[in-house]
Design a protein around this ligand. Structure first.
Ligand code: G1P
Ligand code: ZN
Length: 542
């Protein structure tokens, strides 16, 4: 029976940048999930009888939340729910399913790369019919609803068996438990030359993929080992665990150190990669050669035509503002447009929908293309494999050739985590105040060419975004960018992005910290970083 239950709003149910992300214990409060899901449904129109895609990254509380979502979808009048077996579904796979089956939208249960388990984080976000994160119009409407919600609708029927493939019914809703991998694998098979990649593995090419005990395990086992013939054991940590084995499922050099060390070993594999909690981020490391996400975007764009799905070339490339300018040089050479957007994947969605860009990427290890409307970790890995299979060179050799042709953008991101919010805000305010006076100022040999607060005019919907990060641009094409994180859960995180362009191939072998040393000093002195934050060193360098 469908029940209408009364509820009261919770404080702090802000939609955030991509849905709701909180501690598991917050989500476990009675009616917390129900309030958010009902607010989401209330903010949407026209879904009666339509399909909703539901799945998550397998973290603690995934199954409970999915049962609630299904019973509420039934009570609110959806016609069909497509849910991944075991409640599992990567974020890019969910995006694909929404698009492929023309679903009304989807609810993705994940807190991305944040830790899981009973004391970790949980999250829910709504993706719209194009397969991408809900536009601001919808997230604002959801937020408005969460503040006044007083009832929700739910079926009182029993739980769905998520471990058995096939259809069942709850009220008038058909629940279809599907294999979360097969549609995604089928999409990948249309984009990449699986034969060539198979031949690469047959030739003795060795790879390791770290699924970080998160969602990409089943995808990587199926695609890399079963279909493409990588030998058993290629996939590490391939079983999704509710607490990700106690690790942060964040594929950076701190949390994915195991695979980094493997890649750097003299007898290590030819190619190493990793993905995050929900499968949308990627880490790429060749034997002895870490590839920065910014460089990876540039190399993928320059070589995409080697994969069948991109053989006609790219319509354009999009990168977030803090991502290095390496992709810009590729776009110039390909005579296509480069779009520089604010941080966050949602800005790419419009460009992809309008056919203006084909490949997009962010310095934070997110790369993707027009095949879905989310960034896609395994996609990036497979495009790399396709390129390696065609070029038959090492990752290191490919990087060196790339830099010789386009120049090298030395790059690092310094994160100052959990700093006091007041200090972080004051630092940004002081920087903004300095902006009009910076042009022409010299810091040693570095002379400021221009300085601004990044603003973006969306060429598709005409919207404007302001105050997206302070940019200090130097005459030698070096750059320092400051912005505050929008995704942190405690205090403020100051991100400082440091970049130097080096055209001279005889100088492409420097340690990044050496190449950037003078800029790093300037990044701290110019912002009076220690004065405002009390820190003299970043918490994480990526
Ligand atoms: C971070 C990344 C950003 C990414 C976002 C969501 O946001 O920097 O590139 O889109 O996570 O995955 P931030 O914490 O910097 O606001
Ligand atoms: Zn993620």
């Amino acid at each position: 029976m469908i029940q209408i239950r009364t509820t009261t709003p919770f404080e702090g149910q802000q939609p955030g940048t991509s849905g709701l992300r909180k501690k598991v214990t917050v989500f476990q409060q009675p009616h917390y999930v129900e309030n958010f899901v009902q607010s989401t449904f209330d903010a949407l129109e026209g879904f009666a009888g339509q399909t909703l895609v539901v799945g998550g990254d397998g973290r603690y509380f995934n199954r409970e939340a999915i049962q609630t979502v299904i019973k509420m979808a039934a009570a609110n009048g959806f016609g069909r729910v497509l849910v991944g077996e075991g409640g599992l579904m990567s974020t890019p796979a969910a995006s694909n399913l929404i698009r492929k089956y023309k679903a009304f939208g989807g609810l993705i249960l994940s807190a991305s790369h944040n830790p899981g388990g009973p004391h970790g984080d949980f999250g829910i976000k709504y993706n719209a019919g194009n397969g991408g994160p809900a536009p601001e119009k919808i997230t604002d409407a959801i937020y408005a609803r969460t503040k006044i919600i007083n009832s929700f609708k739910i079926s009182d029927l029993g739980d769905v068996n998520l471990d058995k493939l096939g259809d069942s019914r709850i009220e008038n809703l058909t629940v279809e438990v599907i294999d979360p991998v097969s549609d995604y694998e089928a999409l990948m098979a249309t984009l990449f030359d699986f034969e060539a990649i198979r031949a690469l593995f047959v030739s003795g090419f060795r790879m390791k993929f770290d699924a970080m005990s998160a969602i990409t395990g089943p995808y990587a086992h199926a695609i890399l080992e079963k279909t493409l013939g990588a030998k058993g054991g290629t996939v590490m940590n391939g079983t999704p665990l509710p607490d990700f084995g106690g690790h942060h499922p964040d594929p950076n050099l701190v949390h994915a150190k195991e695979i980094y060390d493997l890649a750097m070993a003299s007898d290590g594999p030819d190619f190493c990669a990793a993905s995050d909690g929900d499968g949308d981020r990627n880490l790429i490391i060749g034997k002895g050669r870490f590839v920065t996400p910014s460089d990876s975007l540039a190399v993928l764009a320059a070589n995409a035509h080697l994969a069948p799905g991109y053989k006609a070339g790219l319509a354009g490339i999009a990168r977030s503002m803090p991502t290095s300018g390496a992709a810009d040089r590729v776009a110039d050479a390909l005579k296509i447009k480069i779009y520089e957007t604010p941080t966050g994947w949602k800005f790419f969605g419009n460009l992809l929908d309008a056919g203006l860009a084909t490949i997009c990427g962010e310095e934070s290890a997110g790369t993707g293309s027009s095949h879905v409307r989310e960034k896609d970790g395994l996609w990036a890995v497979l495009l790399w494999l396709n390129i390696l299979a065609v070029r038959r060179q090492s990752v290191d050799a490919i990087m060196r050739e790339h830099w010789a042709k386009f120049g090298r953008n030395y790059y690092a991101r310094h994160d100052y985590e959990e700093v006091e919010s007041q200090g972080a805000n004051d630092l940004m305010a002081a920087l903004r105040q300095q902006l009009p006076n910076l042009a022409g100022q010299a810091f040693g040999s570095l002379v400021v060419r221009a300085a601004d607060d990044f603003a973006y005019h969306d060429p598709v919907d005409g919207s404007d975004s302001h105050r997206q990060g302070v940019r200090i641009l130097f005459e030698d094409a070096s750059r320092i960018v400051y912005r505050l994180s929008g995704t942190g859960t405690s205090g403020a995180t100051l991100r400082v992005y440091i970049e130097r362009y080096e055209p001279d191939p005889t100088r492409h072998d420097l340690e990044t910290s050496v190449a950037l040393a003078d800029l790093i000093d300037v990044s701290r002195s110019l912002s009076k970083l220690t004065h405002f934050t009390g820190r003299s060193q970043p918490s994480v360098i990526t």
